[in-house]
Design a protein around this ligand. Structure first.
Ligand code: SF4
Length: 186
């Protein structure tokens, strides 16, 4: 296995634009929370304009699954976040092309619940849909979930504000990450 926390170095051939991350720190969307849970370094790089996922085959595949699975839904655009759809209640729904349910997906849904609640909506909870494995994961919305969502939001803002990128994860945990080229020079 590759060494843990090998430092902040990245591939010098992959420039990161000097965007001011502070411009956006009041408007975190679901992707920020998902990246925080996956890898804080990914969030930090994303906020500075490094976005290889835009050309990632995996992401493109996910968009196809997303576009074809639920044809009668309505997106809910909050500006900072676009929720897949919300049903009466209100229940937040998120569709993932992944075959592996993850805590990051649940955190993303909790963040949407938090954003809706701040707009005065009485949120009931959420559901993550995994059509490729025909599974769903219920995401409760209660005091504990709200605490988790607020903590994640604060953690994300702290990562974004940091002057240097968080360390890389161990090499094994980077498998499949669209930032692999930047972090590991492959
Ligand atoms: S390649 Fe690894 S260290 Fe780099 S952003 Fe992805 S998970 Fe994080």
């Amino acid at each position: 296995m590759s060494p843990a926390n090998p430092g902040n170095s990245g591939n010098p051939g992959s420039p990161v634009s000097p965007l001011d991350p502070g411009e956006d720190d009041q408007s975190l969307g679901g992707v920020h929370i998902k990246y925080l849970h996956h890898c804080p370094r990914q969030l930090w790089l994303y906020m500075r304009g490094y976005r290889p996922e835009a050309r990632s085959d995996l992401v493109a595949f996910g968009e196809v699954v997303d576009d074809t699975t639920f044809t009668r839904r309505r997106d809910v655009d909050l500006g900072e976040a676009k929720i897949d759809w919300v049903t009466a209640g209100a229940v937040v729904h998120e569709t993932k092309s992944s075959r592996a349910p993850s805590a990051a997906h649940e955190a993303q849904v909790r963040h949407y619940c938090l954003l809706l609640e701040r707009r005065g909506i009485n949120v009931r909870g959420g559901v993550v849909h995994y059509p490729l494995i025909r599974r769903t994961t219920d995401v409760p919305w209660d005091d504990e979930a709200r605490d988790l969502a607020e903590t994640a939001e604060a953690d994300a803002q702290a990562v974004i504000a940091a002057p240097t990128p968080p360390d890389r994860l161990t090499r094994g945990k980077c498998r499949g990450c669209s930032y692999l080229d930047y972090c590991w020079g492959e």
